[in-house]
Design a protein around this ligand. Structure first.
Ligand code: NAD
Length: 493
């Protein structure tokens, strides 16, 4: 009921006005834990998407009038509102996506941290001035906003991944059009509302919700949109990059991963098992940096696997609204079906399921799947090649460093990788040889507000967060300044 009302009061945001959907023209939003309808989402028409871009274009004038300190203060206010509204934001994320509420609260807090970080970055865009080759002249380098940018955000971290796009976009002085995943549209509306209430000019932030094949081509074909940032799957990322060619937009792509974890013979097994059970099954494994392929040195394989399986079996699968739930349902039925297919194939190809491997018997509704660990999978099967994006990890013993590095780097992904060891030699060699944008050593924390996050190969390009992210939302201008001939060089002349 609460989300139904929220959808009715919000909906699309075009030029500062909310336009809600109705049961007649909208599409239902479904709770993945109960399969009950949460309400109706609006479906933006092509004309409404163009209206969003019109509004964003008009609002560039108002945004350009704000000083960096004013933009910073507005962002800071938005971060404060996110913190104040965390209970509501977290509840909407839990209801729409099935993320356990404690994790959803953590996500809201991380989003506020990200916005705070970019509030500071707004004040730290330093240009350059240096001597020119011509006497009396100057070379000036300025950084300017791009104008209108667009963000395509997924359902797995609807708050944080939007924060990482809207933060630098507004900090740099741009306006933005946002297309969230329908699975988390209500949470996105609530986050966007924080920026409206913080006092950004009308039209600085616009939200369009609905069918991707109406919205995305319209945004991609519009030359007024200077940059897009997409987080999602590799196939959709490829389509968007192809579309970007027509209007030559700047593009940031944060796509999937299939993170390897190398557990060396000198690792702290207890600490690894504890962190891995939490890291693997956070958000039911629907995390692009989720650890998936565990390569464990053969000399500690049995002991390590036993410890990890014990920890994983103790995780609580259940109602996302309960504070002590570790795993909720998967966000979509198609994700659960995909996981089932991958695990079934692994078993038919000789792998053994050490825990999970099925839907939990206690629920007769909802897209739940047990935390699952699969040992000794053949390397050609789907699970070892396609991003599972769900609560399943694989366990494989290794013997030598060369062998494990080759196996870890075998896939076309290069987003996150993890290493567990007490040895400095192992740390240096593994972290330097692994192909990944992020490497965690004795930790599964892959991103913070102040550090760059992103990948290469099929995992995409560009970095979000950290000290250089704001520059991706700015153009560089070189001003070659020479004095006019009749201007005296000497002030006393
Ligand atoms: P999907 O390929 O249908 O969609 C992936 C994401 O892209 C969703 O958020 C969706 O809303 C969005 N999307 C789809 N078509 C789009 C379009 N034409 N324009 C703009 N956005 C579009 O897959 P799915 O089943 O929803 O998600 C599962 C897969 O997506 C996973 O295998 C994973 O690789 C990937 N994914 C990655 C991330 C990430 O953080 N990198 C986040 C969510 C999903």
């Amino acid at each position: 009921m609460e989300l139904e009302e929220h959808y009715r009061e919000h909906g699309l945001l075009l030029g500062g006005r909310w336009q809600a959907g109705t049961a007649e023209n909208g599409q239902p939003s479904i709770n993945p834990a109960t399969q009950q309808r949460l309400g109706y989402l609006p479906l933006a028409t092509q004309a409404q998407v163009s209206e969003a871009i019109d509004s964003a274009t008009h609002a560039t004038v108002a945004m350009r009038k704000l000083t960096p300190w004013e933009r910073s203060a507005l962002l800071r206010r938005a971060a404060t509102l996110i913190r104040e509204r965390t209970p509501q934001l977290a509840r909407f994320v839990a209801l729409e996506t099935g993320k356990p509420i404690a994790q959803a609260s953590g996500e809201a807090n991380a989003s506020a941290e990200s916005i705070d970080w970019f509030a500071d970055e707004a004040r730290r865009v330093f240009g350059m001035s240096y001597e020119s080759r011509v006497k009396g002249g100057r070379y000036l380098v300025h950084y300017e906003p791009l104008g209108v940018v667009a963000a395509f955000t997924p359902w797995n971290f609807p708050l944080l991944l939007l924060a990482r796009k809207i933060g630098p976009a507004l900090a740099a002085g741009n306006t933005i059009v946002i297309r969230p995943s329908n699975e988390a549209a209500g949470a996105t509306m609530a986050l966007v509302r924080c920026f409206v209430d913080a006092g950004f000019p009308d039209g600085a932030v616009n939200l369009v919700i609905g069918k991707a094949d109406t919205i995305t081509p319209t945004i991609m074909a519009d030359p007024r949109v200077a940059k897009i940032s997409f987080t999602g799957s590799v196939p959709v990322g490829r389509q968007i990059v192809e579309m970007s060619a027509k209007t030559l937009k700047k593009v940031t792509m944060e796509l999937g991963g299939h993170a390897p974890v190398i557990v060396h013979r000198d690792a702290d097994i207890g600490a690894f098992a504890h962190l891995a059970s939490l890291g693997k099954f956070r958000n039911a494994g629907q995390v692009c940096a989720s650890p998936t392929r565990f390569y464990i040195h053969e000399s500690i394989f049995d002991e390590t696997v036993k410890a990890l399986v014990e920890r994983s079996k103790a995780l609580r699968v259940g109602d996302p609204l309960q504070q002590n739930t570790d795993l909720g349902p998967l966000t979509t039925a198609r994700r659960r079906d995909a996981i089932e297919r991958l695990v079934d194939e692994a078993v038919s190809e000789g792998a053994s399921v050490l825990c999970g491997g099925r839907r939990p018997s206690q629920f007769d509704r909802g897209w739940f799947y047990e935390p699952t660990l699969v040992a000794n999978p053949a390397s050609h099967i789907g699970l070892m090649n396609d991003e599972p994006f769900g609560p399943v990890g694989t366990l494989t013993p290794f013997t030598t460093m060369d062998e494990v590095i080759t196996e870890a780097n075998r896939l076309p992904f290069a987003l996150a990788a993890y290493v567990f060891t007490r040895s400095l030699r192992n740390t240096l060699e593994t972290t330097e040889r692994l192909q990944a944008g992020v490497v965690g050593v004795n930790t599964f924390v892959a991103s913070t507000a102040e550090t760059p996050f992103g990948g290469s190969k099929d995992s995409g390009f560009g970095r979000e967060g950290g000290p250089n992210a704001i520059r991706d939302y700015m153009d560089t201008k070189f001003i070659n300044l020479e004095l006019a001939n009749d201007e005296p060089l000497d002030a006393t002349a």
